[in-house]
Each structure stands twice: as C-alpha cells, then as structure tokens.
Design a protein around this ligand. Structure first.
Ligand SMILES: NC(=O)c1ccc[n+]([C@@H]2O[C@H](COP(=O)([O-])OP(=O)(O)OC[C@H]3O[C@@H](n4cnc5c(N)ncnc54)[C@H](O)[C@@H]3O)[C@@H](O)[C@H]2O)c1
Ligand SMILES: [Fe+2]
Length: 388
C-alpha cells in the first residue's frame, strides 16, 4: 500500500483556445504564433468532402499559408496510413502540421509531425517514451467531443487485423489546441452518443486509475464528468444546441487532460479488441463494455464511484455502496437515453468470438494494470458474456 503522500507530475499542452467559430480564423491564430507557412492538414475523406474544413482552409489561405490536405485517414488507422501521410507531407515540403478531425486524424497528425523529419521507424516508437528527437510544430483541432486526443501524448495505431498499439511520448503533446464546437454541430446522433460516452469513460477511468490517480487529474475528471453528464442527452437530441456542444467539447478535453496523466483501464482494455476484430467504433466499444466493468469494479472503487454519483447529481444520502450503485444506475440510464446500442449482440458480435476477445484483452496490460481490480482472462470472458 502507498503510505507516503504521493508526488504529482502533471503534463499537458501549453495552449488551449476554446471559442465558438475559432476555426474560421485559424490563419490569423497561426500567423500570430509561427513564421512557418507550409501547412499540412491531416483529416479524413468524409470530413474533407463534407465542407466542414472549408472555413479553416480559406482562413489559412487568406493569411498567406500554403495548404496541403492529407485526407486518407480512416477509423482505427493502420500503419500504412501513417507512412502514406509522411510521404505525402515530405513531397509537399510542409513545415507545420494541423490535425483537424476526430481522434483518428489527430493521432495520425501527431505521428506525422514526429516522423516527417525523423529517421526513426514507427515500429521502434511503440510503448512509452521511445520517440527520439523533435517534431514539427503541431496544432490540433477536434471535430468530435470524445477521444481527448488533442491534449494527450498518445497515438493509437492498428498494427494488424486484430491488434492496436500505442505510442506514448512527450513529443505527442501539441503546441496549440483550438476547441471550436461549431465544427461538431454536424456530428450525427450516433457518433455524438458514442464519442461522448468515450469521453465520460476517460473521466471515470482517470478518477479510479490505480497508480497515477492524482489531485489535478481528479479535479479535471470531476469537472469533465459534470459537463458531459448534463450535456450528452441535449447534444444528442439537438445537434444545433450550441451550449451543449461547447460543454461536450470542453468536457472531452478536460477528460483527455485527466487520463493523459492518470491512465484509463479495463473498459478501454476490453474495448480495443472489439475495434480490432469487428471494427466497432472506439466510443461505441467503450459504451458496450462500461456497465459490466463498473459492476466488476464496484466494490474496490465504491468510494470513488459514490463521489462521482455526487458529481453527476445522482448521489443520495446513503452509504458508499448505495452511492456507487446510484452512479452505475445513472450511467446505465444515460446510455439507454443516448440511443447507443447496448449489447454486443446488437452490433453483430458472434458469441463464439468471446474467448478470442478475452485472450486479446490480456495483451492490453499497459491499461489493465491501472484497473482498481485485477482482471484475469476468465474475468474478461465473464465481462464479455455480461456485455453480450
Ligand atoms: N490519442 C488518444 O489519446 C486516443 C484516445 C482515445 C481514442 N483514440 C483513437 O481515436 C480514434 C477514434 O476517434 P473518434 O471517435 O473521434 O472517431 P474518428 O476520428 O475515427 O471518426 C469517426 C467518424 O466520424 C466522422 N466525423 C468526425 N467529426 C465529424 C463531424 N464534426 N461531423 C461529421 N462527421 C464527423 C469522421 O469522418 C469518421 O467517419 C480511434 O482510432 C481510437 O483508437 C485516441
Ligand atoms: Fe477512449
């Protein structure tokens, strides 16, 4: 047991601008910050075609930037997307990188910024602290209120058909983050729900993180959860609700700052194999595994869950166990109301795949060791059964 007062090392990005419509003046913001003028925008084709990026691109052009757009990012991006992006960027002679999209685009932007001027192979970067050298200047602009990737030092890459690996390194923290909730207005309801629940899971798992839980992450996680819990349903029901969209985006970023320093645990460890095997989106995978893992952790994390019940306004006057149960009921009810699919069977996961999922979840030891309760392979199988 840790008896001594815990020392805290908290790291995050140096600058966050949270302002409705700020992507419309991206050129002005960037010109005030850097002398560089050859921008790479990293995004996905759907967003590029939708026109969501156009005001930002126009503003860059008006401010004298040359803009090259790499739009080949896909969900759960494989290594080949990273190498194509780097090749494209070198060909276009870019000197500053902007990630503009969901977590997938921002994760690729981070790796591209590192790799464009580097000799190091991506395969040598997996794990914690293995990136060498500096990167190009990096700006991140999220279009989902979910992953928090804009403020984390993590990139997740699919290394083969079924497995994802993470690069975790201080170079992956961006220089500048722009939070423009106007960009999220067109996010469809199903994505709003799934990415919003992903952000809530970040806050919950940071708050119960076993080894690195700390007072700064706790404060961020609590405020994140407060914002996300009260705005998820309004944002789902009316995508145009400006206050709800702003609160969701800020909440997702605060949760990202929390879990970059107090890492996520079993919900994510069990979610990743669902993405790997069945291409279930990251947020939805987390939503599907959340309730079983909350129940599994309820005793060990009871006092924290009961504190979170107070944060979301679900706490009563009861004891810790009742508070924890109230929190779990609150999350269950919220997920029901969000309209997200609730069971693995609803998203066509074959029952026969559960043992393989459980075996793959065991590979996520980087995450599992943060869980308040040890998760064995048979526990994992039981949790998938409960989620089925
Ligand atoms: N780096 C981190 O800290 C971190 C944390 C969690 C997850 N991740 C990774 O992030 C990825 C998931 O990111 P995500 O959930 O943001 O989804 P995503 O980036 O994969 O995008 C999903 C879909 O949403 C669409 N979309 C995005 N913004 C939109 C908008 N404003 N309007 C309409 N459509 C929009 C995209 O075009 C895409 O089709 C996964 O690869 C996951 O592993 C990274
Ligand atoms: Fe996540």
């Amino acid at each position: 047991m840790e008896m001594s007062p815990q020392s805290i090392l908290f790291e995050t990005v140096p600058s966050i601008l949270h302002e409705w419509g700020c992507a419309r003046r991206l050129g002005q913001v960037m010109a005030a910050w850097t002398e560089r003028r050859n921008v790479l925008i990293v995004t996905d084709a759907g967003l590029h075609k939708s026109g969501v990026l156009e005001p930002a691109k126009a503003s860059l052009a008006a401010a004298g930037f040359r803009v090259a757009v790499f739009d080949e990012v896909v969900a759960d991006p494989p290594e080949s997307v990273v190498s194509r992006c780097v090749e494209f960027a070198r060909g276009a002679d870019v000197d500053v990188v902007v990630g503009l999209g969901g977590g997938s685009s921002m994760d690729i932007a981070k790796l591209a910024a590192v790799l464009i001027g580097s000799q190091q192979a991506l395969s040598e970067m997996y794990g914690i602290g293995n990136v060498q050298g500096r990167r190009l200047p990096l700006v991140q602009i999220p279009t989902t209120a979910g992953t928090g990737s804009e403020v984390t030092n993590i990139s997740i890459v699919s290394v083969n058909e079924t497995n994802k690996m993470g690069v975790v390194a201080p170079q992956l923290y961006a220089d500048r983050v722009l939070l423009d909730a106007e960009l999220t207005v067109g996010l469809p309801r199903s994505h709003t729900a799934a990415t919003g629940i992903d952000a809530m899971v970040h806050a919950i798992e940071a708050y119960t993180s076993k080894h690195k839980k700390n007072a700064i992450s706790d404060a961020l996680a609590r405020e994140a959860l407060r914002l996300l819990a009260s705005n998820l349903i309004p944002a789902c029901e009316n995508g145009q609700d400006r206050r709800a969209r702003e609160a969701m985006l800020l909440g997702a970023t605060l949760a990202g700052q929390a879990f970059a320093n107090a890492p996520v645990a079993a919900v994510h460890a069990l979610a990743y194999p669902l993405g790997g095997h069945f291409h279930i989106p990251h947020g939805l995978s987390n939503a599907l595994m959340l309730a079983p893992v909350l129940r599994f952790n309820a005793e060990a994390a009871g006092s924290q869950y009961s504190e979170l019940a107070d944060v979301v306004g679900a706490g009563g006057k009861g004891n810790v166990a009742e508070g924890a149960a109230a929190f779990i009921r609150f999350m269950d009810d919220l997920m029901d109301r969000s309209g997200a699919p609730r069971r693995l069977r609803d998203v066509d996961v074959p029952h026969s795949s559960l043992p393989a999922l459980a075996a793959d979840a065991m590979k996520q030891q980087r995450l599992l060791l943060n869980n308040p309760v040890v998760v064995t392979e048979s526990d994992a199988l039981r949790l998938y059964e409960q989620a089925y």
